[in-house]
Design a protein around this ligand. Structure first.
Ligand SMILES: [Zn+2]
Length: 159
């Protein structure tokens, strides 16, 4: 399959792109020139979609190998209660609204990278994990000494 615009060989699925009212099969690059047809359905984030919310999320930005752990809401709540903090206290500590804490602890909101790091620092917990297998054998000791992501990356480079 070749891209109908640039003629490059398309690896994987071609993108159906609407350009000047005609639909063409193009490569990813050329799809930017037109309107992509048949967008993938948006994930349902509404209430009652617990199944999809509970799944692990992969950060797509600059650090694609970091994932928020699956039981983050439990880890956050337990660490907070251990400190004797209310949700308001935690919110103040990380400069977030209480409603954010509420959604985090009820599992309705997966923290993004920035928020997860704030929570890690504030509560001395580990919310982010590397997806690579090297992380597995180190995770226990790292958890215990409240490693930050910076530490994890440094340790990996030294090895
Ligand atoms: Zn192309």
């Amino acid at each position: 399959m070749r891209c109908e615009i640039c003629g490059k060989k398309v690896t994987g699925k071609p993108v159906r792109t609407k350009i000047d009212n005609s639909i063409m099969s193009t490569c990813n690059d050329c799809s930017k020139f037109g309107k992509i047809q048949r967008e993938p359905p948006r994930p349902n984030r509404g209430p009652g979609s617990r199944g999809s919310v509970g799944r692990r999320r992969t950060f797509r930005s600059q650090e694609p190998t970091h994932e928020v752990i699956e039981d983050y809401q439990k880890v956050i709540r337990e660490a907070r209660e251990k400190k004797g903090w209310s949700r308001e206290d935690l919110g103040e500590n990380i400069y977030e609204k209480v409603s954010v804490i509420n959604r985090l602890e009820s599992g309705k909101m997966v923290p993004d990278l920035k928020l997860a790091r704030k929570l890690e620092k504030s509560l001395n917990i580990t919310l982010l994990e590397k997806t690579e297998e090297a992380q597995l054998d180190e995770s226990n000791s790292l958890n215990r000494r409240k490693a930050t992501i910076g530490d994890v990356v440094r340790i990996k480079k030294v090895k």
